[in-house]
Design a protein around this ligand. Structure first.
Ligand code: MN
Ligand code: MN
Length: 485
């Protein structure tokens, strides 16, 4: 090759190389974390996932999550805020919201009026609740009637193992806690479906019609007492059994809170064990890393708070839902006890200076159903925590649109701390949408943005997430509360 030609080739190579480098700098790239992270990160990912799965298996309902979280917090030195007259840096406090929501905090070094750093998730998940008069017998089988809670595809709840969790307040005022269907030798409960041999008419109906709300009746018994040929003998046998076991009768169900949830445990998915299938990832897959991020704090600069709320799946109503004043009461008390007394303007300044991540899940892109998402604006499995500037539906309606200044300040902190993130919307513009608790907290005046783990088959009885997304979401939450100002 002549010298001239060689220089020409060198120049060409140099040019491609520099344009490649420039492209990398200019283009938004969201790498797959399994490929881009270290062996150490992956070891931590696998260990963190195991702890999450164990916690999830014993925390399927909001009440159970609260109970187990308080146990973990108490072990770490957190005490009920009621037991403290004043709070100083390093103090750790919690407050149960009716046993179905939870607020907890680690007090920071800075003055309270400078604001708090908050992580807020919800701990209720879609499920079937018992009706007030649930028990009936039909053709010598006994059932519980249910009313579904949250957005479900009804047909997904048939022919899967179900468990019964909840509380029954007995006539003597004692509270009975029930959990049947989770232990290996427990019975499970079941909703039947039609055999395909006789299902041709059913199969020709629309998917939202062929299993109706009134069809979600859970089979709970099928026997009789010996030599009882009276009417309702099967229902009688079950009631007698329940009375012997728990000391309850049929009317005790009226005031009870009984939830029917899938009896499946969290399991690894795939030969590589990269994913987790479980009930209730929405939103415990954000609540758990938020809990862990808070528990990792000893004496943070700003006071760090975690809010775990109930009723998100039905609009965050009620006094345990995120719209309830009880959550704000904790913030007021926290402020007053750090500040050495309540001062209205000081508190309002504190909230105006408060920064929050609304830590809720979003849908993960599913190549099987690619047409509902904008591929350039959707979250993917394995690309880390999803930062969502706005949610909403039909023209962003109902969205809490995070301020650009606040959003960018988080991204700067993530960049400084090597925290990967991705972004996206919940589906194509006209495909649908959804909401989170962010709007209710933003209303108080704090800065809020949605930020959570992408979920496959969201709201199904058995949802799927990526272990590496879970671990890096934990790191993102920890980074946020430790660094945002
Ligand atoms: Mn959610
Ligand atoms: Mn949800």
């Amino acid at each position: 090759m002549s010298k001239e030609k060689k220089t020409e080739k060198d120049l060409k190579e140099k040019k491609t190389k520099s344009s490649k480098k420039e492209k990398k700098e200019l283009f938004a790239e969201y790498p797959n974390l399994w490929e881009s992270r270290s062996r150490d990160d992956i070891d931590h990912t696998m260990a963190f996932a195991e702890e999450y799965m164990a916690f999830l298996d014993i925390s399927k309902t909001e009440r159970e999550f609260v109970k187990n979280a308080i146990e973990a917090l108490t072990d770490k030195g957190f005490v009920d805020i009621d037991t403290k007259k004043a709070l100083k840096s390093g103090d750790k406090v919690f407050s149960s919201i009716k046993g179905k929501g939870l607020m907890f905090a680690v007090v920071g070094k800075e003055d309270a009026f400078k604001g708090f750093n908050i992580l807020g998730a919800h701990i209720d998940s879609p499920r079937l609740d018992l009706k007030p008069n649930p028990l009936y017998e039909e053709d010598e089988l006994v059932f519980f009637k249910t009313h579904y809670y949250g957005g479900i595809k009804k047909y997904q709840w048939t022919t899967i193992p179900l468990a019964i969790h909840g509380v029954i307040m007995k006539k003597d005022g004692t509270k009975l806690e029930i959990c049947v269907g989770e232990k290996d030798d427990d019975p499970i409960f079941y909703i039947s479906d039609l055999l395909p041999h006789l299902g041709s008419e059913q199969m020709s109906q629309k998917a939202n019609e062929f299993i109706k709300g009134e069809d979600l009746n859970v089979m709970i018994g099928a026997s009789k007492l010996p030599e009882d040929d009276s009417s309702n003998a099967c229902k009688y046998a079950i009631l007698k059994l329940l009375n012997n076991e728990y000391g309850i009768d049929e009317k005790d169900f009226v005031s009870a809170e009984i939830e029917i949830v899938p009896a499946m445990k969290a399991r690894d998915v795939g030969f590589d064990r990269a994913l987790i299938a479980a009930y209730g990832h929405d939103d415990k897959v954000c609540a758990y890393p938020a809990l862990m991020a808070l528990m990792a704090q000893e004496a943070p600069a700003r006071t760090c708070v975690c809010m775990l709320s109930d009723k998100e799946e039905i609009g965050s109503y009620g006094n345990s839902g995120a719209q309830s004043r009880l959550y704000e009461n904790f913030l007021v008390e926290l402020f007053a006890k750090i500040n050495g007394g309540y001062d209205e303007l000081g508190y309002r300044k504190c909230i105006a200076n408060t920064k929050m991540l609304s830590t809720d899940v979003s849908n993960a892109f599913d190549p099987k159903y690619a047409n509902v998402s904008d591929k350039r604006n959707t979250a993917y499995l394995n690309k880390g925590v999803k930062m969502e500037k706005y949610t909403g539906a039909r023209g962003k309606s109902g969205a809490s649109d995070a301020n650009s200044e606040f959003f960018a300040s988080i991204l700067r902190i993530f960049a400084e701390n090597d925290i990967p993130w991705q972004t996206g919307e919940l589906g194509k513009v006209d495909a649908g949408g959804g909401g989170t608790i962010s709007a209710y907290l933003a209303k108080l005046g704090m800065e809020v943005i949605d930020c959570g783990v992408p979920v496959l088959s969201m709201h199904a009885p058995y949802e799927v997430i990526s272990k590496i997304d879970l671990y890096f979401t934990y790191l993102a939450y920890k980074c946020f509360i430790e660094n945002i100002k």
